[in-house]
Design a protein around this ligand. Structure first.
Ligand SMILES: [Zn+2]
Length: 219
């Protein structure tokens, strides 16, 4: 047998509630029983390009303030099209370099970058930089992940510093990876590689030397 912890006090003289009043009371109890949970807002991590620290921001936000150094962080996506005059881009959104673009002297800091056309300059991506075009990059590439797609053929005049790399097309130049470099079937890496792990799939080619990555300095 179940006992109610509190006696039900009713406001009607007879003590009998109408169906409608009972329903309202049950709904009120349900609301009271429900634990107060903050609404779930999807977030993502963005890296401040002033202090390099990571903050969580709502997925839909178009700009944010770094919670450490209060720098303004642009989160908008940018498309580079033929005739784009902007060379220096700072965003934690994504950048697309369109396939009909041939542009030099770019200086881009962003989250993900998709290079479909020919773009040269220096690139810093906190996410994945993927290249699907035939291009030559004069400056440094730093990225979390560098992906040379099957159609991609890239010459790096300085080099790339990444966490991981996946080479399905052709990469000419040197690459430093703290994690793993994978040369997939049909992929070619023509240059030296310093990586913690080097995986060459059957049908993948590496011409160059392999070193261990420079040790991360411990403070
Ligand atoms: Zn900051």
């Amino acid at each position: 047998m179940n006992f109610h912890p509190k006696p039900r006090i009713t406001e009607t003289l007879s003590g009998i509630l109408s169906e409608e009043e009972l329903r309202i009371q049950r709904d009120k109890e349900k609301i009271r029983e429900r634990p107060a949970r903050p609404p779930h807002i999807p977030t993502r991590a963005v890296v401040c390009y002033e202090c390099r620290r990571s903050s969580e921001v709502p997925l839909a936000a178009l700009s944010a303030k770094c919670c450490y150094c209060h720098a303004y962080i642009n989160l908008g996506d940018v498309t580079i099209f033929p005739g784009s005059s902007k060379r220096r881009i700072r965003t934690q959104g994504d950048v697309l370099i369109r396939s009909d673009v041939n542009i030099n002297h770019l200086n881009i800091c962003c989250h993900k970058l998709a290079m479909q056309g020919k773009g040269s300059g220096s690139f810093h991506c906190t996410g994945t930089m993927s290249i699907s075009s035939e291009t030559s990059v004069a400056g440094w590439i730093t990225a979390h992940t560098l992906h040379i797609e099957r159609r991609g053929s890239v010459t790096l005049r300085k080099g790339a510093r990444v966490q991981d790399a996946l080479i399905q097309g052709t990469l000419m130049g040197t690459i430093q990876a703290m994690g793993r470099v994978t040369i997939a079937r049909g992929g070619r890496l023509l240059g030296d590689v310093a990586a913690a792990e080097l995986v060459i799939d059957e049908g993948g080619i590496h011409r160059g030397q392999r070193f261990l990555p420079p040790q991360q300095t411990t403070a």
